[in-house]
Ligand binder design. Sequence first.
Ligand SMILES: NC(=O)c1ccc[n+]([C@@H]2O[C@H](COP(=O)([O-])OP(=O)(O)OC[C@H]3O[C@@H](n4cnc5c(N)ncnc54)[C@H](OP(=O)(O)O)[C@@H]3O)[C@@H](O)[C@H]2O)c1
Length: 365
Amino acid sequence: MQDRVSAAIIGASGYTGGELLRLALAHPNLEVRQVTSERLDGQFVHFTHPNLRPSTGSGRPERVEGRRRTQLKFVRAEAVEKCDLLFLGLPHGSAMARIDHLATLADRIVDLSADFRLRDAADYDTWYGKPHGNPAWLAKFVYGLPELHRHDLKTANYVSGVGCNATATTLAIWPLAAAGLIDTSRGVICEVKVGSSEGGAASNDSTHHPERSGVMRSFAPTGHRHTAEVLQALKLRNVVTDVHLSATAVDNVRGVLATAHVFVTPGTAEKDVWKAYREAYNHEPFVRIVKEKTGLYRYPEPKILSGSNYADVGFEFDPKTNRVVALCAIDNLMKGAAGTALQCANIMMGWDETLGLDFPGLHPI
Ligand SMILES: NC(=O)c1ccc[n+]([C@@H]2O[C@H](COP(=O)([O-])OP(=O)(O)OC[C@H]3O[C@@H](n4cnc5c(N)ncnc54)[C@H](OP(=O)(O)O)[C@@H]3O)[C@@H](O)[C@H]2O)c1
């Protein structure tokens, strides 16, 4: 049996860190040694992530092992010791400020924040409103979306996470870009509907229950930061076009639904669109093409993906207007964050990339 690889999660009290911990505890090759929180130093992690509460029964050896691993307590980030693999679930700006030190702790790092997602430092000025704090590190990171960067991930030491809305948007439209079908003179318009866990575990006025419950609230009609990641992805196929991204908060805890309107080149037929999606995703373990003629679940829906690493992608083609409505549903905390981070770690480590990610979601839920 293969030796376990030691891992630590910095920022494990948060929502993405908690999901990563859930996945890592069940991963056959990972041994989570340390998890951090500054606020909750010394507390059992299951006080914060109650789904990770240890079993009270003894019984089979693997259950005893499971009990031991879920007895973890939070430590402060400064107490983290050397390990093989380090995951970072920190707010934007924190990882770039301390990456020189963090890189002394582990040879391999997966950072879930936006700090190392963009290759061009100037994009941080444009989209994040201030210069990148450590631009020398940008070139060392591979953007952690396996569907686009699997080859580079295999030899990477440093992997950035992905924006959840960027993931849903990119996966919806990527096949059309890869097949050269986008009419670049018209731009791509995408609306993403997002659940509240996108905002992380810290509360503020807008997350207060009376203010958040029942909402359908535009919060980034223009200027959404994840636009930069989508543009960066399109450039990989030399597609230079405008991307107009708008985000609306809806009354879900988890989930993103991206609805992208893409005008395709004149003469495109539905079979060309089908071919593009099949070519892009037929060999992908976590992307499913969802396009049924009948039934309730004809198009992608985030609800059934909660807790799973699937991205469900679908489309509808309107030949009268040459418009493809491209759809993608994900769980923002999974395919949009922790799930993809683990998928990238599996690839980096040379393991089967689906290890620890086989949960199919729940129905009904
Ligand atoms: N939520 C999503 O859907 C999603 C999706 C994709 C990517 N992301 C990205 O993933 C990152 C984490 O997001 P999240 O939603 O998990 O955030 P979160 O729930 O707010 O968690 C943030 C974590 O960072 C820790 N932390 C905060 N400030 C710190 C500091 N100065 N030093 C050390 N630890 C600190 C917090 O620990 P304490 O207990 O000490 O506060 C907590 O564990 C963000 O960069 C976010 O943009 C989020």
